[in-house]
Design a protein around this ligand. Structure first.
Ligand code: HEM
Length: 262
């Protein structure tokens, strides 16, 4: 594990060094428009403005940000897509509705940003998938100060686990059919579906809410739209339903799907 960590650090450090050298040499390329490019550029400006290195981020901090964005954004979005496809196989009527919508909006064109915001059924399906299979089923908080929570007195520094998945399956919040896949719950958006309560938290909540949530939704809509446009799909008979949590929730025995070109 330590060796892997070291290798990741060295790889990212090499990329950063190359970028910094290119920036110093005044090279401009499309490379500077990605996450790392923007981060390094704003960091360099911050250091230059204050005239000393006590400001801005250190290279180690930049490496940490790169790792965070990569790991926070990669697996979460990919398991969302996997569960969406599994649920669309288990509920083929929703697969048909979603495809109809995608074909109505894009016909055979490549899905584009403007059209993604018109995908109402697809958005409802993604929200319902996030409710039933929140990629991060739990997330943590630590209280800085002593706090009273209901009947509990928590001393400072307690690690609290917020069980998003239990909130999502709570019958008092979601009704007797809480365990069922019913995208129609979200037909009028999240705040109507939740009655304004904090009962839908796949991206966390509060000041540390997922910074990539809009990007993730856009990415997921784009991917699902492209798949629905080209394929119908169903579960292979070898599929075994076994959600398991290893940081994110995924299907323990994978998700073998039979894809059929339209
Ligand atoms: C379906 C996809 C995703 C899900 C379900 C998800 C979920 C979450 C959750 C639950 C948190 C913790 C929030 C908290 O502690 O309250 C989080 C944090 C974070 N996510 Fe996401 N995320 C997703 C995609 C992404 C993407 C695509 C990116 C980046 C492009 C991203 C970047 C981050 C970052 C940087 C944080 C830490 C924010 C902070 O601590 O201030 N996430 N995400």
């Amino acid at each position: 594990m330590l060796e892997i960590e070291k290798e990741i650090q060295t790889t990212i450090r090499c990329i950063i060094d190359k970028r910094l050298m290119a920036m110093k040499a005044g090279e401009t390329s499309n490379n500077n428009e990605d996450f790392l490019g923007i981060l390094l550029e704003s960091n360099t400006k911050e250091i230059e403005q204050h005239g000393n290195k006590d400001f801005g981020m250190t290279t180690t901090e930049v490496i940490k940000e790169c790792k965070l964005f990569y790991f926070a954004g990669q697996d979460t979005t990919s398991v969302l897509l996997v569960w969406t496809m599994i649920l669309l196989c288990l509920h083929p009527e929703w697969q048909v509705r979603a495809r109809e919508e995608v074909l109505n909006v894009f016909e055979n064109e490549k899905p584009h940003f403007e059209g993604l915001s018109r995908l109402k059924i697809v958005t409802m399906i993604l929200y319902e998938t996030l409710r039933l299979f929140p990629p991060l089923p739990t997330f943590g908080r630590t209280n800085k100060e002593e706090v009273k929570l209901g009947e509990l007195n928590l001393p400072a520094g307690v690690i609290l686990i917020v069980p998003a998945i239990l909130v999502h399956y709570n019958k008092e919040l979601w009704g007797e059919d809480a365990k069922e896949f019913k995208p129609e719950r979200f037909s009028e958006g999240v705040s109507k579906a939740t009655n304004g309560q904090v009962s839908f938290i796949p991206f966390g909540w509060g000041p540390r809410i997922c910074i990539g949530q809009n990007f993730a939704m856009m990415e997921a809509k784009m991917a699902i739209a492209m798949i629905l446009q080209k394929f119908t799909f169903k579960l292979s008979p070898s599929y075994t339903h076994a959600p398991v949590e290893v940081v994110t929730i995924h299907p323990q025995y994978d998700a073998p799907l039979l894809m059929c070109k339209l």
